[in-house]
Design a protein around this ligand. Structure first.
Ligand SMILES: [Zn+2]
Ligand SMILES: [Zn+2]
Ligand SMILES: [Zn+2]
Length: 415
């Protein structure tokens, strides 16, 4: 069956996460979004794990369910260590086939000094290489994916504390790394420029900290709904089974361009090449973005498509399209009203974004229908994100909007 999966999220036991991140809300929002399979996130946290055991029904094939929504056991670990005299901070996403496997992994992490209670995404003093060994030792069916592989901080290729290749990071454990996660600031096309990544599947997840943001990136599979089939689809880079990924436009991500947030300085890699990496306002180093970092490691030109690569679709979250189309703020009552109306009529957010005929969306509102159409065709302007600032999407010029459009300014509480 064809289904949408989002493996990487965080529970309310992780820092800076909405208190609404519990299983009931995840299951409910997965239905609204059109996501069949959610990662649980945070399986290393004892309180979250207890909640998972209480709320989720095992399905006998390595997955779990809560209502119509299926769950797969996942957790993220933050490895902080020194290698070759450089500080390293690497996030890895771990998939496990059973609660038994999770318990073995957690016990081993505890025995290596991890403080699992302190954060849903715990810090460990283990290298990324040693983490892979520990996890594979605890459960050979588990699966490890370097998370948001390009972000400057906390990633395998990050400029601040990462490496130049998977081999350098994982050493003899490299063969166990068979997929990487793009992160919001890169898309598969950027990753295809690095020949060293031809041997791994490229997946996308939301890394969401609130229920409304799940699925902002996701992966679409055509497999049986069981643990082994899903992991095998990634392991084997099966393009007939990992059908495509759903991506942010990478410019919208927080670390696409180079820049310095406090000074409002932002620029592309070419400009950095000519002007240097120093902020012209304060004289500190700019945060080098993902586009620049890909350029540094790329051994292929832009536009190169390797054999056996799953394609991708770039989308904008529906609430953003509604807000942009109507010229109102994203957290207004107007946006919420149209969002609920579209979901009620067409079934889910992904149904609207991917499949619903544009004419039918135009029945609900002509401008929103036009907005969805333009996003599907990639006809939009994005001011690139940089140094922690999200990029800004523009789908319509000011003069193109319906002049008497709704201007309801009532604020809903942000999740
Ligand atoms: Zn992370
Ligand atoms: Zn995360
Ligand atoms: Zn500055």
């Amino acid at each position: 069956m064809i289904f949408i999966a989002d493996f990487h999220i965080h529970s309310r036991y992780s820092r800076a996460v909405s208190p609404d991140m519990d299983i009931d809300n995840l299951a409910r929002w997965a239905r609204i979004k059109g996501i069949k399979l959610m990662g649980t996130g945070d399986f290393t946290h004892p309180l979250w794990l207890a909640e998972l055991k209480e709320k989720l029904k095992p399905t006998d094939n390595g997955l779990f369910s809560c209502g119509e929504t299926h769950f797969i056991l996942t957790g993220e670990v933050n490895s902080i260590y020194t290698q070759s005299n450089k500080p390293r901070r690497i996030h890895n996403l771990i998939f496990a086939p059973s609660f038994g496997a999770v318990e073995r992994i957690n016990r081993k992490l505890l025995s290596r000094g991890a403080r699992l209670r302190s954060d849903g995404r715990p810090i460990v003093g283990l290298s990324a290489r040693d983490l892979v060994e520990l996890v594979m030792d605890a459960s050979p069916q588990s699966f490890i994916v370097p998370a948001h592989a390009w972000t400057p901080w906390y990633s395998v290729f990050g400029t601040k504390s990462g490496f130049d290749s998977l081999e350098e990071c994982f050493g003899d454990m490299r063969p166990y790394i068979q997929a990487i996660e793009t992160g919001l600031s890169s898309d598969p096309a950027m990753n295809w420029r690095i020949s060293g990544l031809d041997q791994v599947a490229i997946i996308s997840c939301s890394d969401s900290h609130s229920p409304r943001k799940i699925g902002r990136e996701a992966a679409v599979f055509d497999t049986e709904l069981n643990y082994t089939s899903i992991i095998e689809a990634m392991r084997g880079r099966r393009t007939d089974k990992l059908l495509y990924t759903i991506e942010f436009f990478p410019q919208e991500g927080k670390y696409h361009y180079d820049g310095h947030r406090l000074c409002g300085i932002h620029q592309g890699p070419r400009e950095t090449l000519s002007k240097g990496e120093i902020c012209p306002v304060c004289g500190r180093r700019l945060t080098i973005g993902v586009m620049n970092r890909v350029e540094q490691l790329a051994d292929r030109p832009e536009g190169f498509v390797p054999e056996r690569s799953s394609p991708f679709k770039s989308l904008v979250p529906l609430e953003e399209i509604i807000a942009e189309s109507l010229g109102v703020g994203q957290t207004t009552k107007t946006v919420e009203t149209y969002y609920q109306r579209l979901i009620a009529r067409f079934g889910s957010e992904f149904e609207v974004l991917l499949n619903t005929p544009i004419d039918e969306i135009k029945d609900v509102d002509p401008q929103i229908g036009e907005g969805v159409d333009r996003v599907r065709k990639g006809q939009l302007h994005i001011e690139p994100g940089y140094d922690g600032v999200f990029g800004k999407i523009r789908i319509f010029g000011q003069e193109e909007r319906i002049p008497e459009g709704p201007t309801d300014g009532e604020q809903l509480s942000l999740l």
